[in-house]
Design a protein around this ligand. Sequence first.
Ligand code: UD1
Ligand code: MG
Length: 414
Amino acid sequence: MSLISLFINAGLSVGGAVICYRLILDYIPIFIARKMYGNDQCKVSNAPVPEPMGVICAAVYLIVMFIFIPIPFLEWIGNETETFPYAKLLAILSGLISISTAILLGFADDMLDLRWRHKLLFPTLSSLPLLMVYYVSGNSTTVIVPTIVRHLFQPIVLLPVTINISFIYYIFMGMVIVFCTNAINILAGVNGLESGQSLVISASVSLFNVVQLIRLDSENTTGFWHHSISLYFLLPFTACTAVLFFFNKYPSRVFVGDTFCYWSGMTLAVVSILGHFSKTLMLFFIPQTINFLYSIPQLFHFIPCPRHRLPKYDPKTDTVSMSKAEFKKSELKTLGKLFMTACRTIGMLHVEEFEKDGELYYCINNLTIINLVLKFGGPMHESTLNSVLMAIQVSGTVIAFFIRFYLASLFYDV
Ligand code: UD1
Ligand code: MG
């Protein structure tokens, strides 16, 4: 039945993609008429681009998911002899609650430009339905102790093969949700980047699920369910995102908006929790993790952060280069100074020093991996920049598969 459900899900996803395509074309003029647009900051025309078009795809996605809900349970409908698998239905519903709230948060951010504390608090709260269902369904909170750690500790204490880390596991899953919801939105500002990175990650995670399904023992029905439910959420998402990418790639005819970024991050977090591979998911987010770590000084204001950190456009050469943040040396906090010295020493920061009105100023590149690529690669065309960033994302996938299927077997008895 699971396989048939997967095929029906794939069929619905294709239908969803076709509807997305039609609706985006229909809604482009409506968005412009309603003044729902952003200005493309890396174009001569600074033309208005409909935004947030992600809300259209998210609506289609939800409709596809709602239509799909009964499909995996058809064999139990009208069958009174077998107990209905309520836990499985709850898992789907709780995933949809978290995804719907992320879409709402994103749309609110697009309309109101929310503060950072709301962007962190809201996803934390919207993870609760999912984590609650995870808890009542008696799902595992055990982690495998790496073989090397067991060997190291053997002379002192005999460590077990697995340890139940209980509520720490829930904190970790909550953090995965908050991280994923924001990670895509802070690696943004280049045509096709938000939708492109999401497409690469969702296709990669789908492939990971398929590989796991093929490798599974035929008796492992739980494992089969975990990877199937993950695909039920992922296939329609991948299909709708592919269409959005088609419109969002250089030169963007639509902007995806925060609605898309939060929807995308939450969907990927949800599939990893329902599929029981939240640690593996982090491997597919390697570029986003590096971008987040590099961004910390600006996100937490150790170093001043401008409203936009997207690259700077040069109309003469039609290229983009590093965007920079300028601030007085006296404004710099201790942690900011430490970060600047460390990054400067290893060549990961572009720093200019100059004097204005008798005060010493610093001018540094904004702290994103987009600007790092431009620091090392020099000014380039916007579409080339996006291709380089997509290549980095795909390399991340290759590394993720290598770590998960090769290195993991060296460290764990898997
Ligand atoms: C996040 C980033 C910000 C980046 C912005 C770009 C952080 C903390 N915030 O802010 O640095 O500048 O995303 O999306 O890292 N735009 C383009 N070209 C594109 C995509 C977007 O010019 O390809 C511009 C448009 O003016 C668009 C605007 O960015 O209207 C959208 O910005 P918004 O999503 O509101 O920014 P944030 O998510 O707050
Ligand atoms: Mg945004």
